[in-house]
Write a protein that binds this ligand. Structure first.
Ligand SMILES: O=C(O)COP(=O)(O)O
Ligand SMILES: [Mg+2]
Length: 226
């Protein structure tokens, strides 16, 4: 399936631009150890990423995606995680193959670019800066910038308003069901990368408009777009 030429493109962070799970898993496991509990390891933690760090900590405490931990345990654990992640935001995180090339193409082709993530701003900005991609984006909407985060459409609509581009002329690029739902609710087109974090499920199940192998593959699709 093809896409229509957009006037603006928003890109997700975790699982799309950045493989951030090595740092997130390190911090979850250190937190678990400090609480006197067993670490989970990267494979388990990978399926819990995508709804912000608070949700990640809650999931780690109960060892599953859905449900709530004991509130007192969460109150103890959360600040431990925040301190750890502040120290380990980008130590082990890397850009996925094709990201730099894709961003260079999109910038050179003149697309206004924004970043929309569920990661809290205190981590998003240092991560983007440390990995050398902060300057590509005209706006960064983090998980705590607005009242709502993805899958709510508000962060996408906020960025569209910032760029003065209508949602129908806008494209979201992401890796998870939250990106697809937010894009659909906002009236954006949605392209997904298959290598990211979608709670262990193939993103094709969510039926995005298009799945591309790497961000660099967006070039060919945009050049063919109507
Ligand atoms: O869950 C997070 O912290 C961020 O996830 P996202 O960048 O894929 O929105
Ligand atoms: Mg993501």
């Amino acid at each position: 399936m093809a896409i229509r030429t957009p006037d603006m493109i928003l890109i997700d962070v975790d699982g799309t631009l950045v493989d951030s799970v090595p740092d997130l898993a390190f911090c979850v496991d250190e937190m678990m150890k400090q609480l006197g509990r067993e670490p989970w390891g990267e494979t388990r933690v990978r399926d819990w990423v995508g709804n912000g760090v608070e949700r990640l900590v809650r999931r780690a405490l109960i060892g599953q995606l859905d449900g709530e931990p004991d509130e007192a345990e969460f109150e103890k654990a959360y600040p431990v995680f925040l301190d750890l992640y502040a120290e380990n935001t980008s130590k082990r995180s890397v850009l996925y193959p094709g990201v730099k090339e894709g961003l260079d193409y999109l910038r050179a082709a003149g697309y206004p670019l924004g970043c929309v993530t569920n990661k809290a701003a205190q981590f998003t900005l240092p991560l983007l800066k440390d990995l050398g991609i902060y300057d590509y984006f005209g706006i960064v909407v983090s998980g705590d910038t607005l009242e709502h985060k993805k899958p709510h459409p508000a962060p996408l609509l906020h960025a569209a308003e910032f760029f003065k581009v209508s949602p129908e002329r806008s494209l979201m690029v992401g890796d998870s069901i939250s990106d697809v739902k937010a894009a659909r609710a906002a009236g954006f087109q949605i392209v997904c990368l298959p290598y990211g974090y979608n709670h262990g499920e193939d993103i094709r199940i969510a039926e995005p408009d298009l799945v591309i192998e790497t961000l660099a593959h967006l070039k060919g699709e945009l050049e063919q777009a109507a």
